[in-house]
Design a protein around this ligand. Structure first.
Ligand code: HEC
Length: 109
C-alpha cells in the first residue's frame, strides 16, 4: 500500500466510525415524536403484545411481529386508523416513527 492509499484508508475508516448510520437521525426524530404523541398509549412500562381485542400493543411488541416492516407501519399510519387519534402526520414523520419503532426490534423491553 502506498502512503497515500494508507492515509486514504485511515481517513475512510475514521469517517465511517465517526458518522452514525444514515437513519440514526430518523430514529431520534421518531423517538421524540413518539414520546410526545404516542407514549400514553404505546410506551407503557412492560407493555407487551395485546392479548385481547381492545388492548393496545406496546411498540416493542409491534416491532417484534414476525412480518413487521417499516413500510407496514407507514401504511398503518397513513390509513389514519379510527382507534388512534389523527395526529396529521407528514410522510417524513410517519417514516421517522416507523424507523424508531423498528429500531426497538432487538432492544430489551
Ligand atoms: C389513544 C391511544 C393511541 C394513541 C395516542 C396512538 N395509538 Fe397506535 N394504536 C392504538 C390502538 C388501540 C391500537 C390497536 C389497534 C388494533 O390492534 O386493533 C394501535 C395500534 C398501533 C400500531 C399497530 C398496528 C398494527 O399493525 O396492528 C401501530 C404501529 C401504532 N398504533 C402506531 C402509533 C403511533 C406511531 C402513534 C403516535 C403517532 C400512535 N400509534 C398513537 C391506540 C393509540
Amino acid at each position: 500500500m502506498t502512503p497515500f492509499r494508507q492515509a486514504l484508508c485511515a481517513f475512510t475508516l475514521a469517517a465511517t466510525l465517526a458518522s452514525p448510520p444514515a437513519h440514526a437521525d430518523e430514529i431520534a426524530k421518531g423517538r421524540a415524536l413518539a414520546e410526545r404523541l404516542c407514549a400514553s398509549c404505546h410506551m407503557g412500562r412492560d407493555q407487551g403484545e395485546k392479548k385481547s381485542a381492545n388492548e393496545i400493543p406496546g411498540f416493542h411488541a409491534v416491532a417484534r411481529r414476525p412480518d413487521q416492516t417499516i413500510e407496514g407501519i407507514v401504511a398503518w399510519l397513513r390509513s389514519v386508523p379510527p382507534m388512534m387519534p389523527d395526529h396529521h402526520l407528514t410522510q417524513d414523520e410517519m417514516s421517522a416513527l416507523a424507523n424508531f419503532i423498528m429500531s426497538l426490534r432487538g432492544a430489551p423491553q
